[in-house]
Design a protein around this ligand. Structure first.
Ligand SMILES: [Zn+2]
Ligand SMILES: [Zn+2]
Length: 342
């Protein structure tokens, strides 16, 4: 910062007084344009929120629909401990500005955390219509499980259709889920070869994203020796990146659903809770872990559960579901669903 005499034109870096003059002289649309850049590249909600506290003008222009519509996923990544009515209002403003990511994020929060299933699902649908792959996939999980309803509300065909759309857009979890559905003939006619092809594709994408992460930082400190390739075929896996809203769910529910007897998906990157008792699939070998989807089950098996899965004690204690015991360990597909299979 250098002091300049009044007569010279304002330099790029000037004193406070001159800065505010210069700022006041900027037309609104230029300020909005700059704020759009800030919101689209923000790495946390505070990057955007702190601007609103700077001055009255930025407070007004910072919530301009154009600025909010461009807010990046990280700008919307509110922490569960910071959830408040004003955080809710902020997301709602972003949704109303046409921010698809905000529709998905608020949809998930309303559906699972606030248990406002109707408006949550319709916000997710709003994002899904605009080809938001995670929203398509999350709606697929809801259809597969009949989440928010009874088990008679499961719609496997709808689940597969939503999954297929998300997979077509390159969503790795959806590709993995669809691969397992095809292999198992779950909600779709069995086609083992096609299922395997999709699993290979999921793994290829997984590897590509790991390599991309490594090219950004040579030692991302992810999982030590982990190689991202072929997680569905028994190789080491590097933990995939978690979507901010999954982190939100995990933080919100902590380790369980506050004594309601409802369980969390045991895959650490998921955070989805059950919406009714026994909604999730359970590992048939140990019975100690539960999953919202085949994809979560397969991935968690490779990431950690194959080391932890202890069949014997549980078998002796419970001895229910012995008809398909042993299935879980071998193929990483893990256990069967409680109560019913299809
Ligand atoms: Zn899950
Ligand atoms: Zn197990």
């Amino acid at each position: 910062m250098r002091k300049k005499q009044k007569t010279t034109p304002p330099p790029p870096h000037s004193t406070n007084a001159e800065e505010s003059d210069l700022f006041d002289g900027l037309p609104d649309d230029l300020v909005v344009f700059i704020l759009c850049k800030v919101s689209s590249s923000a790495s946390s909600p505070s990057d955007l929120i702190s601007i609103l506290f700077t001055c009255k003008r930025l407070n007004r222009l910072g919530v301009h629909p154009l600025v909010l519509s461009k807010a990046s996923p990280k700008a919307l990544a509110i922490r569960a401990k910071n959830w408040s009515e004003s955080a809710h209002r902020f997301l709602r403003l972003c949704v109303n500005s046409g921010n698809i990511e905000a529709s998905y994020t608020l949809g998930m929060i309303r559906f699972y955390c606030l248990q406002n299933r109707g408006s949550g699902a319709s916000l997710m649908a709003k994002a899904a219509i605009k080809t938001h792959a995670p929203a398509l996939y999350s709606l697929a999980v809801i259809q597969f499980n009949g989440s928010g309803g009874s088990k008679n509300d499961k719609n496997l065909k709808a689940g597969v259709a939503l999954c297929a759309r998300a997979a077509y857009l390159g969503h790795v979890d959806a590709l993995r889920e669809l691969g397992h559905c095809l292999q198992d003939g779950y909600g779709v006619r069995q086609n083992v070869a096609e299922g395997r092809r999709l699993l290979v594709q999921a793994n290829t994408r997984e590897l590509a994203s790991v390599l991309r992460a490594r090219s950004v930082s040579p030692d991302p400190g992810l999982n030590g020796s982990g190689c991202g390739l072929l997680s569905d075929f028994g190789c080491d896996v590097t933990e995939p990146e978690t979507h901010p809203v999954n982190t939100f769910l995990k933080e919100w529910f902590g380790s369980g659903c506050d004594g309601s007897g409802l369980r969390m998906c045991s895959h650490v990157g998921c955070g989805r809770p059950e919406t009714r008792p026994h909604e999730f699939r359970r590992c048939s070998v140990c019975g100690a872990v539960n999953y919202c989807s085949r994809g979560c089950q397969a991935l968690d098996w490779k990431l950690r559960h194959k080391i932890e899965c202890m069949p014997m004690e549980r078998w002796l204690e419970e001895n229910n579901g012995g008809d398909n015991g042993g299935v879980g360990g071998g193929d990483g597909g893990g256990g069967e669903e409680e109560g019913e299979l299809n």
